[in-house]
Design a protein around this ligand. Structure first.
Ligand code: SF4
Ligand code: SF4
Ligand code: SF4
Length: 166
C-alpha cells in the first residue's frame, strides 16, 4: 500500500548529525556567532527540510518535509546575515552511501533509490545469477538527500566526503 510505504519511510528516515547545518555556509565554525535565529531560512525552504536545531539554530534535517534539498538557494537569499557563499560555489561536501542493509545485498530486487536520484548518480550493476546492485558515483552525487526517503530499509546514509574515505 502506498500510504503504508510512505508512513514507514517517514519513521525510518534518519539524518546524521555530521552533515552541514545548511548548504553554502561560508564559515561553519563561526555560524552561531552571526546567525540571529531569525528563522527566515526555515520559512523560505521550499522543501521544509530546515528545522530549529540545538539552541534554536537552523539545521537541515532530511527526515523532515519533502526530505531533499533542491538547491533553490532560498535559504541563503532570505538570510539577512553574511553567512552564505555565492550560489556559484559548491553547496556542501556530503554524499550518499549505501550499506549492507540494501535489499539487493540479500538478492531482493529493488530500484527505489535509483528512481529518486535526479542526477542519476546511482547505477545498477548487473551480476550473473543475482539481482542488480546499486552503486553511487561520488562525483555525480549532489548530497541532495532524495534517495534516503526512497529506500524502504534505510540502507542509505549521507555524510561528509572525508567520512566516507577509509
Ligand atoms: S537550498 Fe532550498 S531546498 Fe535547500 S535547504 Fe536551502 S531553501 Fe531548502
Ligand atoms: S536566515 Fe540567516 S540569520 Fe536567520 S536563522 Fe537562518 S541562517 Fe540564521
Ligand atoms: S543524495 Fe541525491 S544525488 Fe546523491 S545518490 Fe542520493 S538522490 Fe542521488
Amino acid at each position: 500500500m502506498m500510504v503504508d510505504r510512505l508512513r514507514r519511510s517517514l519513521f525510518t528516515r534518519k539524518t546524521p548529525s555530521n552533515i552541514p547545518r545548511l548548504p553554502w555556509l561560508s564559515h561553519a565554525d563561526t555560524f552561531t556567532d552571526f546567525c540571529s535565529r531569525c528563522e527566515r531560512c526555515i520559512e523560505h525552504c521550499e522543501t521544509n527540510i530546515i528545522v530549529k536545531g540545538d539552541g534554536g539554530f537552523p539545521q537541515v534535517d532530511f527526515s523532515q518535509g519533502e526530505g531533499e534539498c533542491t538547491f533553490c538557494y532560498q535559504c541563503a537569499e532570505a538570510c539577512p546575515e553574511p553567512l552564505f557563499l555565492p550560489q556559484s560555489e559548491s553547496p556542501w561536501d556530503i554524499i550518499a552511501t549505501i550499506n549492507e542493509s540494501c535489499m539487493a545485498s540479500k538478492n531482493i530486487e529493488c530500484r527505489s533509490c535509483g528512481d529518486m536520484c535526479e542526477p542519476q548518480a546511482i547505477k545498477f550493476q548487473l551480476q550473473i545469477g543475482k539481482v542488480a546492485m546499486p552503486t553511487i558515483t561520488e562525483e555525480d552525487c549532489s548530497g541532495c538527500g532524495a534517495c534516503l526517503s526512497g529506500c524502504p530499509v534505510s540502507a542509505i546514509t549521507i555524510s561528509r566526503v572525508e567520512n566516507n574515505a577509509q
